[in-house]
Write a new protein. Structure first.
Length: 160
């Protein structure tokens, strides 16, 4: 495998690649309500990730996109991490951890004090990663539309 780098996505250049990555992510979702939420987000790209208070990052293995993650501002002033996805050929290499750590660093640098996220109960590896990174379970927050979602949050002070 080539050396991994994580970079800010450039929507002017990367929109088609980001859409393809998110489409692959959608194909891994078994719950129709969650699929609908992500499909709606895909249709709305590049918003909300193209704003100065948000970001989308791509994990690159050479010239190939291995995965991605995004964060955006919630109405509460907190950052919400979303769309974490690593392509199957690149899993179990620490890429998801690197993506989450980068999103946390960037959100903290932008002045966010807390990051929230939600995932599905069957995504055990994601839940384990979030636990390792000191995210703790929280009640559902505004904007979470999937009843079965498990929500996590963590303060960003002293983040990775």
């Amino acid at each position: 495998m080539n050396q991994l780098t994580i970079r800010h996505a450039r929507f002017s250049d990367d929109s088609a690649d980001i859409a393809a990555l998110i489409q692959e992510y959608i194909e891994t979702i078994d719950r129709s309500a969650c699929k609908e939420e992500v499909e709606a987000a895909l249709e709305g790209l590049p918003a909300p990730y193209d704003r100065p208070d948000s970001g989308y990052f791509l994990a690159m293995s050479g010239e190939s996109i291995a995965g991605g993650v995004a964060f955006s501002r919630l109405d509460t002033g907190e950052a919400e991490m979303a769309r974490l996805f690593v392509r199957p050929n690149y899993r179990r290499l620490g890429i998801a951890r690197s993506l989450v750590e980068r999103a946390m660093q960037e959100a903290s640098a932008l002045g966010y004090e807390r990051m929230l996220l939600h995932t599905l109960p069957e995504w055990h590896a994601a839940q384990a990663l979030y636990g390792d990174l000191k995210f703790a379970p929280i009640a559902a927050y505004s904007g979470v539309t999937v009843d079965a979602a498990i929500c996590f949050g963590r303060d960003l002070e002293g983040s990775v």
